[in-house]
Design a protein around this ligand. Structure first.
Ligand SMILES: NC(=O)c1ccc[n+]([C@@H]2O[C@H](COP(=O)([O-])OP(=O)(O)OC[C@H]3O[C@@H](n4cnc5c(N)ncnc54)[C@H](OP(=O)(O)O)[C@@H]3O)[C@@H](O)[C@H]2O)c1
Length: 303
């Protein structure tokens, strides 16, 4: 039986990876500060120590400090300790075992021109500590010969980030979005999970991971609202105004260095510019993205 060490198994994506690995017959070690949904818990604080990976045949690294905090040193240092130094500690412990390192499409350079992103797009110009530290962490992973997966905007059961944030922005039946609708790649957590559990045998390098086709932003948002039983109209803020408001919100939040401003330039960039991932490199390895946002909505509406 294969033994898979899953970091971040107490979190959203990692818990799906751990549970699916166990359901497919693997022995699972959940390596992190809190236990995962299955398997044996191996305590590890990525910001402090080298994990004990004894017994593991391969490692799926989902743990990360995530979020979109106020720019500045405290947030940068906290994220660096987990996403960069924690990665170095993990790679040291892996000692040659295959590592699948879950990165993010947030590593790609922001701005317009992301209508078909291949893995060769420059990784630079990040708008927040998350993008910067994920990019630095994946550089270490790539140098160590890991397989690096770059999903974008992961959704699914148990998501504590994307959909809750979206729903919390509805005010009096109105949800304001920056600029006109664009095309966006999203990643069903089931599609990411499949990739995580297949990728250990792929040639080392970076792979985009997303649903089979991109979505029209406004249509996808309406699908999510409908699936959650939220009645709301969509409104559109002109992009320059959204950019200025986000800048002001970040400035006002500076006295609380670990706070997450309600609107940030990173969020505006992610919502207002097309971001479409080309997933042909992962597909060439036999990975197929079978799940879509419609499946998610149907499951919620029928459950
Ligand atoms: N969700 C998305 O939209 C998305 C998109 C692209 C990429 N990703 C990537 O997918 C991965 C999983 O993200 P997620 O959405 O599942 O986030 P999540 O639900 O917030 O889970 C993060 C996990 O990392 C663990 N972690 C954080 N700090 C740690 C530390 N110091 N030591 C050990 N473990 C620590 C957390 O453990 P605790 O329970 O101890 O806090 C948790 O298990 C991340 O690498 C993220 O960058 C996510």
């Amino acid at each position: 039986m294969t033994t898979i060490a899953v970091t971040g198994a107490s979190g959203f994506c990692g818990s799906h990876v751990a549970a699916t690995a166990a359901a497919r017959g693997a022995d699972v070690l959940c390596v992190g500060r809190r236990p995962g949904p299955v398997g044996r818990h191996v305590p590890w604080d990525a910001a402090r120590e080298v994990p004990d990976l004894s017994g593991a045949d391969l490692v799926v690294h989902c743990a990360a400090a995530v979020g979109d905090p106020v720019p500045g040193r405290p947030a940068e240092a906290a994220m660096h300790a987990v996403n960069v130094d924690g990665t170095a500690r993990l790679l040291e412990a892996a000692a040659g075992r295959p590592v699948v390192w879950v990165s993010s499409a947030s590593v790609y350079a922001p701005g317009p021109g992301r209508t078909r992103i291949t893995e060769d797009r420059p990784v630079r110009g990040h708008l927040n500590a998350y993008g910067r530290t994920k990019a630095a962490g994946e550089r270490l992973a790539l140098a160590a010969g890991a397989v690096v997966l770059r999903p974008r905007a992961v959704y699914g059961a148990g998501d504590p980030h994307l959909v809750p944030r979206l729903l919390s922005r509805v005010r009096r039946g109105l949800l304001m979005l920056p600029g006109p609708s664009v095309r966006l790649s999203l990643t069903a957590v089931e599609n990411l999970t499949d990739a995580c559990l297949m990728a250990a045998g792929w040639p080392p390098g970076a792979y985009n991971i997303a649903d089979p086709a991109p979505y029209e932003r406004d249509e996808a948002v309406r699908t999510v609202l409908r699936a959650h039983g939220v009645r709301a109209r969509l409104g559109h803020i002109p992009l320059p105004l959204a950019w200025a408001v986000a800048g002001a919100a970040q400035t006002l939040a500076r006295p609380r260095p670990l706070a997450q401003p309600r609107l940030t330039r990173y969020a505006v960039d992610q919502l207002a510019h097309s971001v479409v991932l080309d997933v042909s490199r992962a597909e060439a390895q036999g990975w197929v993205a079978g799940r879509t946002l419609e499946d998610y909505a149907t499951a919620l509406l029928s459950g």
